[in-house]
Each structure stands twice: as structure tokens, then as C-alpha cells.
Design a protein around this ligand. Structure first.
Ligand code: M6R
Length: 368
């Protein structure tokens, strides 16, 4: 049942190229226009939307943070992302022109379900991004966009996250198309790049031995930091959450630009610091992140740098280089997340923990 893998989690990590491909499949009509059949909210209504609020928990919340960057960039509609358990208790500003997007692998998370109910009571339209057919959240929503990850058994979400990110890109592009933003014309190009991602994810998996060896080297770590900027920031948060969940290791993710405002005080000799570097040249943040790597290294950190192929600038400051295939900035999370998942799974294994059933956690949290 685990297909020769020791854990469902490891199997699910390896299923990611297929899961992402399946989530993207069949979204074009004959005229190469994006169609999201399940999104039963009229185009006229989607044109009146003046705010998008994404609501989710845990890893799905991080997928929502990635989505914010893409959705705002492509649609120019303001997009907020909120932790579901915080949402309805603060009297959020929701109107009939708000589009609420929930993200939930299980479709049964109580915090997210309560947010759906609250949003609909305020007159908002709700689209559920969900992996489980017929589950409660899509049933109670106005529309659903299914991810096609297949069943996810490991408590730590992996292919769930990757397909949520892919579905969010689809939703963002669809809204750009419907609303006719300038990115509406680039949809076919962006979709082509999206469709090339499964093969690139496979390339990252094919190179995982290096990450397995790294886990063995870092098995005695007490704390691990993850740094990123822009969409690399939610990837950093996700990398840290995976370590907490299954390796029971203290880990934090920070926006790299915040380092100097406090967290850099944590850096000491040999502290492992993972850094996700934005694509070179095409991205203004690249050089700033390279300086962040220098700053932590100067203070003794052991730097583990995730960087695209062909970027040689970081080499002098990296103790370990993890190479990623090239991708545009917005799509890089689909690649950069993968080594972090592999690292957490391997570390949990080496520490003798059950990677599929971590202590104190349940696969779906059906209480508020
Ligand atoms: O089923 P959901 O996507 O609604 O679950 C949300 C979170 O509980 C979930 O992502 C949790 O954070 C995972 N265990 C993360 O690996």
C-alpha cells in the first residue's frame, strides 16, 4: 500500500509531479481559454469582486500566502490571507463584493468550515479549494475547485500543499482572464510554464540523495531557521512547520528582510539556516537575499542554499547548495518546497519518529 516506501509521506512526496499535473489537467477549452467548470459563480459576479480573502489553516494557510502574491500580481484585486481560527472572531470586513477562498485538503477542518459559514452569512461568495470530493466545506460553499492529489494519508501535508498552490495559480489566472487584466493576455504563456512544472519537480526528486545526506549530517540540530522573501517566505514557513510536525524539532521561518529586526540575534556557530534564493537577474530581491546569506554566515551559521541552476553568485557563501531547475519567481515554490519536505521526512526517520502519525496531531481537525 505504501508502494515500496517506508512512509506514506515519502510516497506522497514522490507522487507530487503526477498530483500537480492532474490538478492542472483539462483546464483549457478548444480556444485555449481557461475554464474552471466547477467554479459556479458567474463571470459577471466575479467582475464585481473588490476584495479576495483567503482563509485556511496550517499548511493550507501557507499555500494561501503563496497565492496572495500570484493573485494580486495577476488580477490587481487586493487579497488578504487569514488563519481560519482567527477570521470570524475579529468581525472581518466582508461584503457581497468579497470573494472568500478557502483552502482545505480534507474539506473537514472545523475552523475553516466556521469561516465559510461566517463569510456566507455576511453575503460573500465562497470558493473552496479542496482535495476531498463531497466533503463538508465544498458542500457548504458556493463553488469548488478540486485539487487532484488523490488521498493524502500522511498527517504532514505534502502533495496536498503543492496541488493547493497549483489550484490557486489556476484561480488567479482565471480571475485575470475574466476581469481582463493585462495578464489576461499572458495566461497561455504562464499556463505553459505551469505545465512544465511536474517534470521539474521530478528533477528535484531525482536529486534528493544530497538532501538525505544533509539530514544525516544535521540529525543533532536543536533549531533550524528558514529564510525566504516574496513567495519564498511562505516556503520558509512551510519548511519550518514540516520539521516541527514530524521531527519535533524547533524551527522558524522568517522573511529574510526581517532578520535585522530581531531574529539575527538567534544566529550562532553552526546553526543550520536554509535560504531560498529568488531567481537571479529577473528578480530584484535576489541580491538582497544573497547579502542575507553573507550576514548569517559571517555570524557562524551553516548555510543551506536553495538556488536555481546557473546562479553562481551564492557559491562563496553556501555551505551546501541545493540546485533547483529554473522557474519564474511566482512558480518557484513548487520546486523549493520539495527538498524541505524530503529533509523533514528523512530527519524524522533518522530520529526514529513515525513520519505518518506524529504525536498529538490528527489528519483532519474537526474541532474548533
Ligand atoms: O485538511 P486541511 O487542509 O484543512 O488541514 C489544514 C491543516 O490542519 C493542515 O494543513 C496541517 O497544518 C498539516 N498537518 C500540515 O502538514
Amino acid at each position: 500500500e505504501k508502494g515500496g516506501f517506508d512512509w506514506f509521506m515519502r510516497k506522497e512526496i514522490h507522487e507530487q509531479p503526477q498530483a500537480v499535473a492532474d490538478t492542472l489537467l483539462g483546464r483549457f477549452d478548444a480556444d485555449r481559454r481557461l475554464t474552471l467548470d466547477e467554479v459556479r459563480i458567474s463571470e459577471a459576479e466575479l467582475r464585481t469582486i473588490d476584495k479576495i480573502v483567503i482563509v485556511a489553516c496550517g499548511t493550507a494557510f501557507y499555500a494561501g500566502l503563496v497565492a496572495k502574491y500570484a493573485i494580486e500580481h495577476w488580477t490587481r484585486v487586493p487579497c488578504e490571507v487569514e488563519i481560519a481560527s482567527e477570521f470570524r472572531y475579529r468581525d472581518p470586513i466582508i461584503t457581497g463584493r468579497t470573494l472568500v477562498v478557502t483552502i482545505s485538503q480534507s474539506g473537514e477542518t472545523a475552523d475553516t468550515l466556521m469561516a465559510v459559514r461566517h463569510a456566507r452569512e455576511q453575503g460573500a461568495k465562497v470558493i473552496a479549494i479542496c482535495n476531498t470530493n463531497g466533503s463538508t466545506i465544498p458542500r457548504e460553499s458556493d463553488a469548488v475547485l478540486y485539487t487532484h492529489a488523490g488521498p493524502e494519508i500522511g498527517v504532514a501535508s505534502t502533495k496536498g500543499f503543492m496541488t493547493q498552490v497549483a489550484a490557486c495559480y489556476l484561480l488567479g489566472l482565471y480571475l485575470a482572464q475574466v476581469r481582463g487584466t493585462k495578464y489576461g493576455d499572458e495566461i497561455a504563456t504562464i499556463m505553459r510554464e505551469l505545465e512544465s512544472m511536474p517534470a521539474k519537480i521530478q528533477k528535484v526528486l531525482d536529486a534528493q540523495q544530497q538532501v538525505l545526506d544533509l539530514a544525516a549530517e544535521l540529525v543533532d540540530s536543536k533549531t533550524v531557521l528558514f529564510l525566504g522573501r516574496h513567495v519564498g517566505y511562505p516556503v520558509a514557513l512551510e519548511g519550518a512547520l514540516k520539521l516541527k510536525e514530524i521531527a519535533y524539532l524547533h524551527a522558524e521561518g522568517f522573511p529574510a528582510g526581517e532578520l535585522k529586526h530581531g531574529p539575527i540575534a538567534l544566529v550562532e556557530q553552526d546553526l543550520p539556516v536554509f535560504v531560498i534564493v529568488p531567481p537571479q537577474g529577473r528578480d530584484q530581491l535576489h541580491d538582497k537575499v544573497v547579502s542575507n546569506i553573507q550576514e548569517v554566515r559571517a555570524r557562524g551559521a551553516r548555510t543551506i542554499v536553495l538556488v536555481e541552476e546557473g546562479d553562481h553568485e551564492v557559491e562563496p557563501y553556501a555551505d551546501v547548495l541545493i540546485r533547483l531547475p529554473q522557474a519564474s519567481t511566482l512558480l518557484q515554490p513548487l520546486l523549493a518546497t520539495v527538498p524541505l519536505q524530503v529533509f523533514a521526512c528523512e530527519l524524522a526517520t533518522l530520529l526514529g519518529h513515525d513520519a505518518d502519525q506524529p504525536r498529538n496531531l490528527a489528519k483532519s481537525v474537526t474541532v474548533e
